[in-house]
Design a protein around this ligand. Sequence first.
Ligand code: NAP
Length: 285
Amino acid sequence: MSKTIIITGASDGIGLEAASQLAAQGHHVVLVGRDPTKLAAAVARVRTESPDVAIESFVADFAVLEDVRRLAGELLAAYPRIDVLVNNAGTVYDKRHLTVDGHESTFAVNHLACFLLTELLFDRLVASGPARIVTTASVGHYRGTMDFDDLGYERGYQIMRAYSRSKLANVMYTRSLAVRLAGTAATANCLHPGAVATSIWAGAPAVAKPVLAVVKRFFMISPAEGGATLTYLATSPEVEGLSGGYYEKNRIKEPSELAQDDAVAGRLVETSRELVGLSSSRGPA
Ligand SMILES: NC(=O)c1ccc[n+]([C@@H]2O[C@H](COP(=O)([O-])OP(=O)(O)OC[C@H]3O[C@@H](n4cnc5c(N)ncnc54)[C@H](OP(=O)(O)O)[C@@H]3O)[C@@H](O)[C@H]2O)c1
């Protein structure tokens, strides 16, 4: 049966390849991207490959929380049911900077935007039956730390530290979602897509680029191979009903010890609610 599948970060890389693969399976695919021109090219490609399926798109900059709120409103208005939400948009920043909302940009784009979008679509996903929330985390989460006194690295910012923290947040949030979803037909899982030769590496420091070029060419997998793990978690019957898992190469794997600390995850969720301007989950909505 055709599902309605929303994919963020679908204008390039892993997300675009997953959109292509999911459309080829016959699903109604909704691509979300921040650059209208790039997004239009991505939509054109997927439509050409799969002319018989519905392909739609929405623009939103995940560095702007108001954009994420507007996007959620547009998606809720457009789709009475959402079968799969793929939180895939992600990036790295060589230098520390803040979003218009005042949050460190890596944490904001990679975690807070994904958090806010999922929270705003949560009831629709649950009401849609066996819906799936799939989030592209990373093996980088194993190095991630969580310091609630300095979430945005005012002290000691470094590209991979900030990235690893944001990806740890993806894993923790997925696990906390799975707890909330217990007893419903919906599930939440996350994944590491592999080391994939995509545009994300353009954000690396200039000094690392020659080495990265070699690594990309000889050691990384293709975006299509990376997208396959995402596609697997989005639609494979093998993971039907399974929730709260972190996957690598289509296999469930134990995430970091910190990622499994439910007290820290609970604090992350409460802090994230405050940072995106949602009322506390302990209080009235
Ligand atoms: N590549 C890897 O080896 C690897 C490994 C582990 C995890 N991941 C994760 O995989 C996901 C996809 O990354 P990728 O490797 O496919 O990189 P990519 O080719 O750079 O694609 C990233 C996607 O996210 C979008 N994006 C970035 N910043 C955004 C923002 N502010 N607002 C909205 N969308 C934004 C990009 O939009 P534009 O097209 O406009 O840039 C693009 O569609 C990320 O979450 C990344 O952390 C990648």
